[in-house]
Each structure stands twice: as C-alpha cells, then as structure tokens.
Design a protein around this ligand. Structure first.
Ligand code: EPU
Length: 344
C-alpha cells in the first residue's frame, strides 16, 4: 500500500522531536508500491528518511518525504559457519539485532540499540563499540530512481568509510529496499572497545577465547552501557552523536596534548598516519557538558549528544548551540568539528 499524506506532522518521525511538517509524506510497504511511484511527478526536494534518528529539520520541509515500511526478515541460506539473512529497509535496526541475538548468531550484537532503520544503516554505515555495519553487510539492494530499475551493490562497491558510503554522495538516486547481512555461527565476540569487558564482569585481560558468552549476553551488556551514557530514545529528543569524531594530523594531536595539564590523558585512536580524537572529549574540555542554551542542551553524560532538553526546542536553538560549540572547540584547540547529523 502507498500511504500519501499532505502537511504531515513530522514530530514523531524525527528523534530530535522538532515540531515541523512536510508538504507531502509518502510511505510504501512493498517494492511494488515503490516501483509505482513516478519520481518525475514528486514535488521536490525529495528526501527519503529512515527512523529520523540522524536528522535535524531546520524548518518545515517544502517538498516530499519518502519512508519505507518494507518490513521482513528472511533467512536466505545457512552454511556450517554463516547465515545470510535478507532484511527489509523499514525494519527497526535494533529489532534485527534482537532477532540475531535470539538466534544465537554473532555480528550485530555490538550495534544493539542504535536508533534508526535498516535502510538508513546501510547508507550511514552506522557503528558502535568497535563494529560498523559494513562488517556484516554482504549486499545492498536498491531502487535506482534514474534508471527505474533494481540494482545490487556488493559491500565492496559501497565505498564504506567512517559514517560514509557511496549512497550518501549519490544525491538520493538510490533507495535501499533491503539488505543482506552475513551473521556468524562460530563464537566471535568483539570485546576490545572501551568498557565492554567490564560491563560483562570480565577482567580486562580475560581469555575470552574460552569463555562461553552468548550474543545475547553481549547485546545486554551493550544495552546497559548505552543506557548509562545516552538519552533514552522517546524520552529526551536527540539524534545520537551530533558531531563526527575529528581525524587530525599527529602534530595537531601533540598540540592538544601540550595544551592540557600534564596529568590529563587525551583519548585518541590511530587511523593510519592520522589521529582520531573523540569530539565528546573536546566539547567537554570546553565546558559544555550538561550545559543548556535555551531549550537546547548538551547531554550531561556524553557531551557529543545535543538534546532537545525541554521537548520544546526550536530548530534554530539547536543550530545556535551547535555553532557555539564549533566556535569554542575551534578557539580552544584549532580543530574544526563537523556535524554527523544531516541538516534538512
Ligand atoms: N569522552 C569524554 N567526554 C564525553 C564523551 C566522551 O571525555 O562527554 C571520551 C570518553 O571518555 C572516551 C572517548 O571520549 O575516552 C570516546 O567516547 P565514547 O566511547 O562514548 O564514544 P564516542 O567516540 O563519543 C562513538 C560514536 C557513537 C558510538 C560510540 C561507541 C561517533 C560520532 N560516535 O562515540 O555513535 O555509540 O562511539 O562506539 O563516532 C552515533 O553515531 O549516534 C553514536 C552514538
């Protein structure tokens, strides 16, 4: 079925809870309905959204919003070590993670509780706790709105990078319809990021090769960690991490180290010759953690997350806070933050 709405209230369709409308809103729940759409006829701009968890609407949307309600989870094949599963773009990503864990399959557990839907996950290359969704994607199926045909992209064709993909640069040409994930049957927990071991009650250097964890146990630990640090979806409006973690030359990292007291350790990760510094740490150093600016705020347990603190924040209040933070971090560290959240 193709659902068409006019002057649609988007406040429940963006996790920031911005009270904005879209001139047109179309939702389809089958491939046939998507193929029926005449893209030349749609009132532009045309934007396809997922769970609205990585978007900031900066005002009412003047064109057409599309949304997939294609929801299925289907095992395609099973070998001695791997299960291939095809999942519709409109499935809530965490429902897929829950499904994988319930079947005892490895691969998706570290991505538990990331807001959003399967289609968007493949566009954004979502990631958390040492795993990116590209690590479990095998094939992405899309509708090519220009050629008006279905196309498939193997994971190696998708140009996946940190929160980036080929699809993000294709100007909305490709609409993800379903994604094939490869999940593992063999024991393969990924526990090296941050405090996952501690959350599982394991010693930092414990020999997990012989431990008998289940994907469900790891999923539960990830959920506990996220709940401690991040605002509860549905209660406090946010779009998760608002900024990307900047990647800087080593000389810049050394400057940052020299600018803080000698006993302050600058968290960082090596990325080839460059150094990634957590934006949350930089923002906290600038004194923003837990601060409010009108109805907008910086989350008190994770400074990378901007929130709609009162539920009443206007888009411009979030943007104003964003700009103040960018200026602070630039002035203090000479590092330019860029938003991870897409502004519409
Ligand atoms: N940190 C601070 N202060 C803060 C926040 C972080 O000092 O306010 C420090 C932490 O102590 C730690 C480091 O920064 O040393 C990294 O923090 P964390 O592990 O929380 O991860 P992050 O780099 O802030 C990224 C992703 C998150 C993802 C986590 C866990 C980005 C932009 N964000 O955050 O993704 O959940 O890692 O893997 O890469 C999202 O994209 O929406 C998202 C939540």
């Amino acid at each position: 079925m193709l659902k068409k709405e006019y002057s649609k209230d988007l406040s429940k369709l963006n996790t920031f809870g911005m009270k904005v409308t879209a001139r047109y809103f179309y939702e389809y729940d089958s491939l046939a309905d998507l193929l029926d759409l005449d893209f030349e006829e749609l009132v532009g701009p045309v934007k396809h959204i997922g769970g609205g968890s990585n978007l900031l609407f900066t005002g009412d949307f003047k064109g057409t919003i599309l949304h997939s309600a294609i929801r299925f989870t289907e095992v395609l094949s099973e070998s001695s070590d791997e299960v291939l599963v095809s999942v519709g773009s409109g499935v809530v990503f965490d429902d897929f993670c829950a499904w994988a864990a319930s079947k005892g399959l490895w691969g998706a557990e570290n991505l538990s509780l990331i807001p959003g839907e399967v289609g968007a996950s493949a566009v954004q290359n979502i990631g958390a706790y040492g795993v990116e969704v590209k690590d479990i994607i095998r094939t992405v199926f899309c509708y090519d709105t220009q050629e008006e045909e279905m196309v498939r992209f193997e994971v190696s064709d998708c140009a996946y990078e940190y929160r980036d993909s080929f699809f993000k640069h294709a100007d909305g040409r490709y609409i993800v319809t379903h994604v094939v994930f490869a999940l593992q049957k063999g024991y393969s927990p990924k526990l090296d990021y941050g405090n996952i071991r501690a959350a599982l009650g394991l010693a930092p250097d414990s020999d997990t090769d012989r431990a008998s964890l289940t994907p469900q146990q790891v999923r539960d630990a990830i959920i506990r960690i996220r709940r401690e640090k991040l605002p509860e979806p549905g209660k406090v409006g946010s779009a998760g991490s608002f900024f990307k973690n900047p990647v800087v030359p080593r000389s810049k990292y050394e400057e940052v180290c020299a600018s803080v007291p000698a006993d302050t350790k600058v968290p960082h990760y090596e990325v080839g010759d460059m150094i990634k510094i957590p934006a949350g740490w930089l923002i906290e150093q600038c004194g923003w953690k837990g601060k409010r600016s009108g109805n907008a705020g910086v989350w008190d347990k994770q400074a990378l997350v901007l929130v709609n603190a009162t539920g009443q924040a206007l888009p411009e209040e979030i943007v104003r806070l964003e700009n103040k933070i960018i200026v602070s971090v630039r002035d203090r560290f000479g590092i330019e933050l860029s938003p991870e959240v897409e502004h519409l």
